[in-house]
Design a protein around this ligand. Sequence first.
Ligand code: AMP
Ligand code: MG
Length: 332
Amino acid sequence: MSRAASDMPIAVIDSQWRDRIAAPDADGLSRAAELLRSGSVVAFPTETVYGLGADAFDEKAVGEIYRLKNRPSWNPLIVHVADLAAARALAEEWPATAEELAARFWPGPLTLVVRRARHLPGIGASNDTVAVRVPAHPVALDLLRVSGLPLAAPSANRSEGISPTTAEHVVRSLPEVPMVLDGGPSSWGIESTVLDLTGDVPRLLRPGALALRVLRDAAGPITLPESETLDGVARPSPGMSRRHYAPRAKAILCKDVAEVDRSGLTGPVGTLTFEGSAGTEVLSADPREYAADLYAALHRLDDAGFATVLIQEPPQTEDWLAVRDRLSRATA
Ligand code: AMP
Ligand code: MG
């Protein structure tokens, strides 16, 4: 479905699905809230990527997220709430670290995993924990307030595909989506950082928009996933990392794109490199700016019809942790 959709020319997509894309004005917001209250799903902008939202406590609506995305049932969802009080209400206990991090980084691209309040039903795959964040995008906050619901929302794309950073990306990846609120391009362009606060030491579950360096300043030491060493060098063994965030083209991570022998590659071959070098897509050498444009660049490379995309490896420093994580999964 998504494959057929993303194979179509943009003009066709535009006319076919323009009616699903709504301006986030009073009318758009109230229609979106009505859909959510009636157990449907709505895609909405956040500062990280676009999310596919549903009432977090409506099991059928949450099931619809998994169905539309073709998301594996074991993959849990992040619950988006309007403010700190709404986040606390979802938690069995609210650790002091959560209080400090929320005060400092919310609204913003940090997701906290805490013990789930026992009286609440499960949300998707999460059992005794809940992942929660207050997004910073004004449209996301408007929708949370107008609907009055906590919204479970993963990225609004088919499972394993490239995350959407515009409303158009959403309708092309999820042609069945009933409605997308258009809030313009996502400013961070990469998913939130996910931090598990259920143990003694905060544990990084997913590197993301909020940099580890900044988090450590506030939270102290943070345990990294096993595939990371302390200086943040990602070395997942090949084949171990899950395929995710992947373009349709075969994506290959290269030490030096310019030196690759292209004779054995399926064409046409595109490249994704850093400013200062030539290539099809040339992104900033600043990790934050690079991340902001990465998914849009992968979408553009797919639109251009490349069969293979050579991606220049980013530096092995901690600043590039989230980008390296996404690229290693995109090329898995
Ligand atoms: P996304 O596909 O962007 O919605 O990503 C959601 C991610 O948040 C998951 O893949 C997990 O890494 C993380 N997550 C959500 N809920 C939980 C939870 N209860 N426990 C641990 N991680 C979670
Ligand atoms: Mg996702």
